[in-house]
Write a protein that binds this ligand. Structure first.
Ligand code: ADP
Length: 161
């Protein structure tokens, strides 16, 4: 059986933490589909097209990773893509409650889909897209936390390029 994992998120923008999870997943699953949510609740800094493009750039060396955008229910998107696993990253206990609830709800909606969790290497545990945006907005150095192309896009966004 082919195991296809769908890794959903906002990825606003992709960080080294996300990439660490993608790299681990690419070794475990036949295919990894990174699904970028349009996310109408969050008002992302980067457009869906920019978020997809940045992910494509930074994952181009994986031959079993594909990037898509989606705007429908995750379980429906997973079915359309033929995925049998929903993948999420866990950083700290603080992530757990929300992730547990999400996994439970997705199981109710689609019992045949399994949610699996991976943890990043410890140097990435404290990285979040929202913190990166805040640091970049205030002129801090984010080069340690995101790929170069993302850093450049952040500098442009905040007119510091
Ligand atoms: P969402 O808005 O769905 O939480 P994110 O883009 O913030 O989207 O995160 C997508 C997934 O990646 C989530 O499962 C999140 O917990 C995980 N994630 C985010 N940052 C990291 C990180 N530094 N290390 C590991 N997993 C992470």
């Amino acid at each position: 059986m082919k195991i296809i994992a769908i890794y959903p998120g906002t990825f606003d923008p992709v960080t080294n933490g996300h990439i660490d999870i993608i790299a681990r997943a690419a070794k475990l699953y036949h295919q990894v589909i990174v699904a970028v949510a349009v996310n109408r609740n969050k008002t992302p800094l980067f457009s869906i097209e920019q978020r997809v493009e940045l992910l494509q750039q930074v994952t181009s060396h994986f031959d079993n990773v594909k990037i898509i955008g989606f705007d429908n229910l995750l379980v429906d998107c997973a079915k359309q893509q033929g995925a049998n696993v929903i993948l999420r990253g866990l950083r700290a206990i603080s992530d757990f409650e929300y992730e547990f609830q999400l996994a439970g709800m997705n199981r109710r909606l689609s019992p045949e889909l399994e949610t699996m969790f991976l943890t990043p290497a410890e140097q990435y545990e404290f990285i979040s897209s929202s913190m990166i945006k805040e640091i970049a907005r205030l002129g801090g150095d984010v080069s340690e936390f995101v790929p170069r192309s993302v850093q450049q896009q952040l500098l442009e966004k905040f007119n510091r390029g």
